[in-house]
Design a protein around this ligand. Structure first.
Ligand code: GDP
Length: 406
């Protein structure tokens, strides 16, 4: 990873979940924690900011994807909404394609449910590295260990819990971070307290779990195994680096827990997104075809443009085409080729979409996710390219009609 590269601080993130596991609430709390929204939207009163569409608010399910950018610890997180409902499988596929990493949300009582399994398999097919967030730890019957066991049994990667819950059900007030060996707690209204040392009552159990985590990681990761054999333990730095690599390879899933509803566990989740999920520089180059030949394009702003339109919405701002730029740079006024439709298009304003507003950009570069105004015909699924360097990122025929969002 080139750490000086501005792309190193970008995370293109999706939240995946079974309907009702809490995806909307987690998204909402992420936007709140990152200062993108200043008011906590509640799912039940229809004020959630990722749900742009009145129809969606009525139904209480997330139908339409939208990409929202927010900031956390000097990083930009582009949050891509993925529909959790099976009826929107194509849209889920398309949003999975533009992600570099995801958080899978589970219900702490139900654990892995049939629909979480199908979303998980879809993410497997797209090779999306994932973290697991066991939500609803405040519910009666919430059980992190049982949820972890169900991830192991039903989804098969090695689930590696990096937290120990503090308190249970109604009294779930925080977590022990097993890497930093510190306690993070939240007040009754969800405000974060300063990290504190692990209390004596939990110390032995925290050390036992840290040891189990080190053993599990050493078993999966050769360099970690070497250190473990040499010294009888793993340094936190080695542990974190190994977790990052195992996540990228899909061999393990880092498990965190919280209660989105009570605004508990969101900040550590965001820290884990930065620590363990890849930036656009860390993922393999995008592949496409031209004249029947496969090509690769690097996430390099100087390479020819290749971008995928993954969502088109008609809004008050105009027709918004959400793009994942895979390589090259796109600027306002550029002429690009919609390879899928076989037409040239003129790029209008380029927008970064926040929860409740847009900001204008002069350009967008490889790795970024933005919305473009002014594209007249490009549909979801279309590849946009430099006119002299065509490439198809998704086979023709998969493009879908415009979704109208008042
Ligand atoms: P989605 O369908 O996955 O987007 O789930 P929602 O975010 O809409 O949540 C489904 C229901 O679970 C709503 O009634 C939420 O208020 C509730 N919920 C979400 N997170 C939590 C949580 O942490 N604890 C509890 N007890 N309920 C939650």
């Amino acid at each position: 990873m080139r750490t000086t590269d501005p792309l190193a601080v970008v995370r293109n993130l999706g939240i995946l979940a079974h309907v009702d596991a809490g995806k909307t609430t987690v998204t909402e709390r992420i936007l709140y924690a990152t200062g993108t929204t200043h008011k906590r939207g509640e799912v039940h009163d229809g004020t959630t900011v990722t749900d742009f569409d009145p129809q969606e608010r009525d139904r209480g399910i997330t139908i339409f994807s939208a990409a929202v950018s927010c900031s956390w610890s000097g990083h930009r997180i582009n949050l891509i909404d993925t529909p959790g409902h099976v009826d929107f499988a194509d849209e889920v596929e398309r949003s999975l394609r533009v992600l570099d990493g995801a958080v899978a949300v589970f219900d702490a009582v139900a654990g892995v449910e049939p629909q979480s399994e199908s979303v998980w398999r879809q993410a497997d097919r797209h090779g999306v590295p994932r973290l697991a967030f066991v939500n609803k730890m405040d519910r009666a019957g919430a059980d992190l260990d049982a949820a972890v066991a169900s991830i192991r049994e039903r989804l098969h990667p090695a689930p590696l819990a990096v937290q120990l819950p503090v308190g249970a059900e109604d009294a779930f007030t925080g977590v022990v971070d097993l890497l930093g060996m510190r306690t993070l707690t939240w007040s009754d209204d969800g405000e974060t307290r300063e990290p504190a040392p692990v209390p004596d009552a939990l110390r032995e159990e925290a050390l036992r779990r840290r040891r189990l985590l080190e053993e599990a990681v050493a078993e999966l990761h050769p360099a970690a195994l070497e250190e473990f054999c040499d010294t009888g333990a793993l340094r936190t730095g080695t542990l974190a680096a190994a977790l990052r690599e195992l996540t990228a390879r899909g061999e393990a899933v880092v498990v965190l827990c919280g209660s989105a509803y009570r605004n508990r566990g969101i900040e550590p989740l965001l820290d884990a997104v930065l620590a363990y999920l890849p930036s656009p520089l860390d993922v393999p180059p995008v592949r496409g075809t031209h004249d029947g030949a496969e090509q690769e394009r690097l996430a390099d702003p100087a390479a020819p443009l290749a971008a995928l339109a993954f969502k088109v919405t008609a809004t008050a701002t105009g027709r918004l085409t959400y793009l994942r730029v895979y390589s090259g740079t796109i600027e306002q006024g550029d002429t690009v080729r919609d390879v899928t439709a076989g037409r040239a298009e003129r790029v209008g304003r380029i927008l970064r979409v926040h929860a409740d507003r847009h900001t204008r950009l002069d350009r967008a570069v490889a790795g970024d996710i933005v919305a473009v105004v002014g594209l007249k015909t490009a549909r979801a699924g279309a590849t946009l390219c430099a006119p002299d360097a065509p490439l198809v990122l998704e086979p023709p025929g998969t493009a879908e009609p415009v979704v109208s969002v008042a």
